[in-house]
Design a protein around this ligand. Structure first.
Ligand code: ADP
Ligand code: ZN
Ligand code: ZN
Length: 727
């Protein structure tokens, strides 16, 4: 009797064995529904064999194996295995995290047929196949095949006329690579104009495409507006010409529709799927299956898309590779960028990491030659220069309601010239705190170590960490004083202040609150491009990737708070963010001007920013990190734990530390409370482990992980975080 070994969505690091009458080796990678305790659960078959450690009486039978879709390809299973080992997370959880929600349930999924706007043709391989290799009794198959031979392309509708079974046959032939599917181009009203490459782009494209069939990690380091997208498009074109698939990972933001439009215009007959958090479960499943079948050739997606099955993967691109949204911050704490590199290596294909401000890890890898690097130093559009960046010293130019006189004047000039401007402040809401001027009380979240943010419009105090909302108090709960007031600036307050200064200007606020409505983004982008907006007020949502040709002025408020943070990555992040925001200005024919309000105009970070000199700052930061012994000069891992009480957490971490037996090359630090002690009602602490050898750190963590698993931890939730970004 065959025995299947199944990875289940259960937080223990083991696989489960079941009997299954009809299982064969071909079922590895299929989903199976099995009994677990009193429940039914669905997992993925990892192995099929005839032996088990479980006594035969105790061995249960699987309910069924789902065969409606192809098994997960071996390469994807390898990725899951690697991910499980590297991040020390149970394989079942890793796999279930990576699968579309619809595939996690106990039911078979219903598949949509190929959409009606698809057409099929024989590949070169298909043309070599002789009709006689299809048995005479398979009449439908023979007719369909003959038809494909006679016509160059066969639409889905024509195929269906031959037989209702045609779709299924065509799918099989796609798998066999006899047939390829293409989209029937929609009425392309205006074909995308393909600009001639700039000299720098030319060099980048030819460098990367020279070795298009082997693994290399490329750092495409190009200033904002240097036309990295065009470089991606040209490389993708090459990969598509070889019949391969391209995976493009982008940060978890609203960039997808914009980029999708660009890609669809350039490749109108190529099947593109977009996998992001805005999709419902059915849409995601459909895209995922089209990718698995090799029908979809371009896969554009956020973090989770790194787990898409891609039988013909030929290229991976990670745009804005420094973006922290590539790292999942709960549960399985994987880095999609790092997994993308693993995938490329396994497939022996290139991976391109694009950025204007690479992460110091990637930059260092390029410096040391582990990555190949190509630079784009100037903007792609003729006459578009990098913006002029200046500081406004707020010690001498006092601000009123957060805005200084020189910034107001600059905004005024910009309005007069009918150009757009952007005021950037990375805090949504009206004000970041509610303060009693009599006793100094501020409204705090009961569940988190954070202040409640004032949202004046809905008359609420909100916690931006746990989502808690409460009503405004009438008086200070501490001293009874009625004069309590919002303190500091948030996007809503800046919007209000700007409206009093510029009563006729059309002002648009863009933050997470204002884009909640479905399609809000499209409307906003449309309004900006149609010149229906004069002043934008926005958070970092606006900073990334967008191309607003008429934007000439950017004002930056309240950036100083990150300058002297305890987080060793704060400067790197601030620089990247400001560079990105500044990069929105002057992208086309209007000159860009950036004004930063600061009390520290002589800070080296602002100096580097004004000179657009990423390298000087990166090298300074690298030198600091080297002295202090921080990444990329060491590798880090955290044991994170949380519970209702910090004492329990610290006690657990101490017990875990006692179980550790690190080699000399691995350093274990004392447990410390997290930078934000309380979150969502739980108190958190962590223990840092680091080593200059990734391999030794890994080996130690693997062994320590099994030991920690033996600790009683009913009151504590813990997880390992490899290559942590947050502390
Ligand atoms: P990045 O992603 O590097 O910030 P984009 O890819 O958004 O830059 O390109 C910036 C602008 O330059 C876009 O408007 C794009 O259409 C334009 N562009 C890119 N390459 C060229 C080129 N070779 N010739 C003319 N314009 C270009
Ligand atoms: Zn008070
Ligand atoms: Zn909270």
């Amino acid at each position: 009797m065959p025995i299947i070994r199944v990875a289940l969505n259960i937080p223990v690091d083991t696989l489960f064995d079941y009997q299954s009458n009809d299982a064969t080796q071909h079922d590895i990678g299929l989903r199976a529904c099995v009994p677990f305790g009193k429940k039914r659960v669905t997992g993925v078959i990892i192995a099929v064999g005839s032996e088990t450690q479980i006594s035969i009486e105790k061995l249960k039978s699987a309910h069924c194996i789902f065969r409606e879709i192809e098994p997960l390809p071996a390469a994807l299973l390898d990725l899951f295995h690697f991910c499980s080992q590297y991040y020390h997370h149970p394989l079942g959880l890793v796999i279930m995290n990576g699968l579309p929600v619809k595939l996690r349930g106990n039911k078979p999924v219903k598949l949509k047929e190929s959409s009606s706007n698809v057409q099929f043709s024989l590949t070169e391989t298909g043309k070599q196949i002789d009709l006689s290799s299809i048995p005479a009794r398979q009449r439908v198959a023979r007719r369909l095949f003959t038809e494909l031979h006679h016509t160059t392309v066969l639409s889905n509708l024509q195929a269906k006329k031959i037989s209702p079974r045609a779709s299924k046959l065509l799918q099989e032939w796609i798998q066999l690579k006899w047939v390829s599917a293409m989209l029937i181009p929609a009425m392309v009203t205006k074909a995308a104009k393909i600009p001639p490459l700039t000299a720098e782009q030319e060099i980048a494209v030819s460098a990367i495409t020279t070795d298009i069939k082997q693994f290399n990690t490329w750092l495409l380091h190009g200033v904002t507006g240097s036309g990295k997208t065009e470089v991606y498009l040209r490389i993708i074109e090459r990969v598509l010409a070889h019949g391969k698939q391209a995976l493009i990972l982008i940060p978890e933001i609203s960039l997808t529709p914009q980029l999708e439009t660009v890609f669809r215009a350039r490749f109108p007959t190529t099947h593109l799927v977009s996998l992001h958090s805005g999709l419902n479960d059915t849409e995601r499943l459909t895209g995922w299956i089209q990718a698995q079948r090799g029908e979809a050739k371009i896969i554009l997606g956020t973090r989770l898309a790194v787990f898409t099955p891609l039988p013909d993967l030929g290229l991976v691109i990670v745009d804005e590779e420094q973006d922290s949204s590539f790292k999942q911050q709960d549960g399985l704490r994987y880095s999609a960028r790092d997994l993308a590199i693993f995938r490329a290596k396994e497939n022996d294909i290139p991976v391109v990491l694009g950025s204007a401000t690479p992460s110091l890890e990637s930059y260092y890898n390029a410096l040391t030659g582990r990555y190949h690097s190509v630079r784009l130093l100037s903007r792609a559009i003729k006459n578009a220069a990098l913006p002029l960046i200046q500081c406004i010293d707020t010690r001498t130019n006092k601000t009123q309601e957060g805005l200084s006189e020189p910034l107001i004047k600059a905004l005024d000039r910009c309005l007069a010239e009918k150009h757009q401007s952007l005021v950037f402040i990375n805090r949504r809401g009206y004000a970041p705190a509610l303060l009693c001027k009599a006793c100094g009380w501020t409204a705090l979240c009961q569940r988190c170590s954070s202040r409640l943010v004032v949202h004046l419009r809905d008359k609420k105090l909100c916690c931006h960490h746990c989502g808690h909302r409460e009503n405004f108090p009438r008086a200070c709960p501490h001293c009874g004083n009625q004069d309590i007031a919002p303190f500091g600036q948030g996007t809503q307050r800046v919007e209000e202040t700007l409206a009093t200064h510029f009563p006729t200007a059309r002002i648009l606020r863009i933050d997470r609150d204002s884009i909640r409505r479905k399609n809000a983004w499209q409307d906003i982008l449309h309004a900006i491009h149609a010149q229906e907006v004069d002043i934008l007020v926005g958070t970092q949502l606006l900073a990334k990737g967008h191309d607003f040709p008429n934007l000439s002025l950017v004002g930056i408020l309240n950036a100083d708070s990150s300058l002297y943070s305890t987080d060793f990555r704060a400067s790197e992040r601030l620089f990247a963010q400001l560079m990105q925001v500044a990069g929105r200005a002057g992208r086309a024919n209007v000159t860009g001007h950036v004004l930063i309000q600061t009390e520290f105009p002589d800070h080296p970070l602002y100096h580097a920013l004004q000179k657009h000199d990423y390298d000087v700052l990166a090298k300074t930061l690298l030198a600091e990190r080297k002295t202090a012994g921080f990444p990329p000069f060491v590798y880090q891992a955290l044991l994170r734990a949380e519970a209702h009480n910090i004492a329990i957490v610290l006690d657990f971490l101490k017990q875990a530390a006692n179980l550790a037996n690190p080699p000399r090359s691995v350093e274990l630090f004392d447990p410390v409370p997290a930078q934000m002690l309380r979150l969502k009602g739980l108190e958190r602490a962590h223990l840092l482990v680091q080593s200059s050898s990734r391999r030794q750190l890994q080996a130690f963590m693997a062994e320590w992980y099994t030991r920690i698993n033996t600790l009683p931890a009913h009151k504590v939730r813990w997880v390992l975080d490899i290559d942590p970004l947050e502390f």
